[in-house]
Write a protein of this length. Sequence first.
Length: 72
Amino acid sequence: MPDNPGPEGDVMAAKFEIGKDHAGKFRFHLKAPNGEIIAASQGYETKANAEKGIEAIKTHAPGAKVEDHSDM
């Protein structure tokens, strides 16, 4: 059975991974079930702030609109 079972019990969910960059700042990636990075954060001074960034995405992104600014 997968580590992150989805609603069906056999589908892996996306996951957040926290790490440190070469400058010593904490960053997180949101990874798709296939391991592809689908979002990357800014650098944070503390791990706690990176964790707060993850929580903000979890809270606010489900209903987020998409605004296309590519022609601006």
